[in-house]
Design a protein around this ligand. Sequence first.
Ligand code: HGY
Ligand code: MN
Ligand code: MN
Length: 414
Amino acid sequence: MTTHGDANALLSEIDGIGIDSDRGGYTRPVFSDAELELRDWFDAHATARGLSVEHDGNGIIWAWWDAPAPADRSEHRARSGAIVTGSHLDSVPGGGNFDGPLGVASALAAVDLLRDRGVTPVRPLAVAVFPEEEGSRFGLACLGSRLLSGAAASETVRALTDDTGRTYADVATAAGFDPTSIGPDPERLADIAAFVELHVEQGRGLVDLGQPVALAGAIIAHGRWHVRIDGRGDHAGATRMADRQDPVVVAAETVRALRAHTLIVDDARGTVGRIKVTPGGTNVIASAVDLWLDVRHRDDEAVRRIVSEVVAATGRVADAEGCAVTVTEQSFSPTVFFDPALRERMQGVLPHAPVLDTGAGHDAGVLAAVIPTGMLFVRNPTGSSHTPSETAEAADVTAGVEALADVLEHLLTR
Ligand code: HGY
Ligand code: MN
Ligand code: MN
């Protein structure tokens, strides 16, 4: 089956990679066999389209359609003024097949459409794949774009650990990458005129509006905090209640307080989706609990207020229980408004596309701090994401590719 111009066909080629039979859906953490297989899939399709594939020191893949360098440009600057599109291939645990891969597949298909239309770019185009967008393995979301833009310090990243305690440096090395080569790349960023990311909508905005494609207005602020609660492990039966220092009791208060304080702030979102109890025996009082807060709101300060209230409530119960609490901010992304000039140009190309804000973070949100970025959303009938029920209808996927090709044609020919 040809995949030429067909993002649905491209996606169906990878829908067997990284299936998680325990959780359902897909689990494709960065540098895992599944993610490395997806990288190979992308390289093969980019190469088959005559794109020149480059893997940079941050583990980002750049597949270039090099425009003829005008005489006034040195070979080195041949790629300046580039337009970049693409997204990510890693997933959350038990995620869907669209969050990330839809943007990558649509970018490859859009290149086919531009060729079919006979478009001759006057500036280079790159299809990019950013690693660890979900932050599911090392805890820092949009890791690749944060490294590229200097928003994440190389030493800090090298020392990040996954659930097994292995560091980024060890895991990257074992996967064939060089962890000493990570770091900001201002020269590359200076060559990029705009980045446009297509993504499955993570919400029901387009369903309610009855439209297939939207433009992104803003990404609301979001942050992640690691809460570590240390107590005293002991026997569940031999230990009197008065003698306990049970970190799980404190963790329960953290979860309760997060829900309570999130509910009193209009449209705030607070989640604890991950809790690790150590040692984790049914007849064992835990010695420690690790849990992670994910808090989001369009007002940066509201996010911080919610977290500080939750930390205070947790501290009160921890004191009473004789437990110790350590809270570490893993990441914080302020509310991002996408580049107005770029969005206006995109609206000129897609006048019927509504503008929607999103509660989901993206590489385009991180890169918005250093280059003009914009996003396209494709309708998701379930509105759900980060679950196996995340989906997009074939006709909407096709509409998304057409819309992306229209935007890229506009940007590449001026
Ligand atoms: O967490 C997010 O919002 C994104 O899906 N990484
Ligand atoms: Mn995503
Ligand atoms: Mn996601």
